[in-house]
Ligand binder design. Structure first.
Ligand code: AMP
Length: 294
């Protein structure tokens, strides 16, 4: 595994892969890697000839009161995991490399970035879209992998790829969970043992709505209410919304198309998000297009 820190070195390494005719998979991350990231890397290894992973905690997607300064890091463990998973190239840029002085051009996502997290994290998806577009231009991957856990992020990225004709396919990988159901997240490390127990109520609440849906419940407000009733462990609920899985527009009546139940909540001072997909026509293709999205 080659480790590079500059865009110039990255471009040379990627060019060499291209010249060998390799199909390049890309997994952008903010590090502190866990099994969720590993699932993305494994998918890339299965479907591509070479995998590029980036680790960069992108300041432009953090608000002024968010956890940028204390975002967890363990570069040695991350490198070992990447090595074990057969990553070809690990890109570790610093902020000088990503946003040289006088940087002033951003990508402004549209309506898809407005609801859900967009309401509570102004500017977040502008930062995400900008850094992802920059990374796509640097790596020029054939296929890039994102986690369903960050459902709105996948929707913003897919919209950007279509709207700007970026030459990359997007694959969405299902959420990896702890054995008790909690969605894996680098931020789970912030939770005290007592908060960790309460955080579990988020996934369990979503699972209870999923069971009701499987048993035939299609009424959006009732499914949403079911989740809300079970969120006993959270301190502040930001949103609990049932949305169209593609457009992220709220579903008001019956769930008659691919939908997602999405939750964002604080447990202590840690903000957690999770979602589950509800597909009224499971016999049709997967909700997120199983694998490649366009
Ligand atoms: P992050 O390092 O949190 O920015 O995440 C990097 C990528 O890993 C994003 O595409 C996330 O959606 C994905 N990811 C994070 N947690 C999980 C998880 N539990 N399961 C699947 N993918 C995940």
């Amino acid at each position: 595994m080659r480790v590079v820190r500059s865009v110039a070195e990255l471009r040379i390494a990627v060019k060499a892969m291209r010249e060998q005719g390799l199909r390049i998979g890309f997994v952008p991350t903010m590090g502190y890697l866990h099994e969720g990231h590993a699932a993305l890397i494994r998918q890339s290894a299965n479907r591509c000839d070479a995998t590029v992973v980036s680790i960069y905690v992108n300041p432009t997607q953090f608000g002024p009161t968010e956890d940028l300064a204390k975002y967890p890091q363990d570069l040695e463990a991350d490198q070992n995991l990447c090595l074990r998973l057969g990553v070809s190239l690990l890109f570790l840029p610093d902020t000088q490399e990503m946003y040289p002085s006088n940087f002033q051009t951003f990508i402004e996502p549209g309506r898809v970035a407005e609801p859900l997290c967009g309401k509570y994290r102004p500017g977040h998806f502008r930062g995400v879209a900008t850094v992802v577009a920059k990374l796509f231009n640097m790596v020029q991957p054939d296929l890039a992998f994102f986690g369903q856990k960050d459902l709105q992020q996948t929707a913003v990225v897919k919209r950007m790829v279509r709207d700007l004709n970026l030459a990359v396919d997007i694959a969405v990988v299902p959420t990896i969970r702890e054995t008790d159901g909690l969605a894996m997240s680098s931020r789970n490390v912030y939770l005290t043992p007592e908060e960790r127990r309460r955080a579990l109520s988020i996934s369990l609440a979503l699972f209870s709505a999923e069971s009701a849906f499987r048993a035939g419940e299609r009424d959006a407000p009732r499914l949403q209410a079911l989740v809300q009733e079970c969120l006993w462990g959270v301190d502040v609920l930001q949103y609990c919304e049932l949305v169209d899985a593609q457009s992220l527009e709220t579903i008001v009546g019956q769930v008659d198309r691919s939908a997602a139940l999405c939750v964002a909540a604080f447990v202590g001072s840690t903000r957690l998000i999770d979602n589950i997909l509800l597909n009224p026509h499971p016999e049709a293709q997967g909700i997120l297009g199983v694998g490649v999205s366009q």
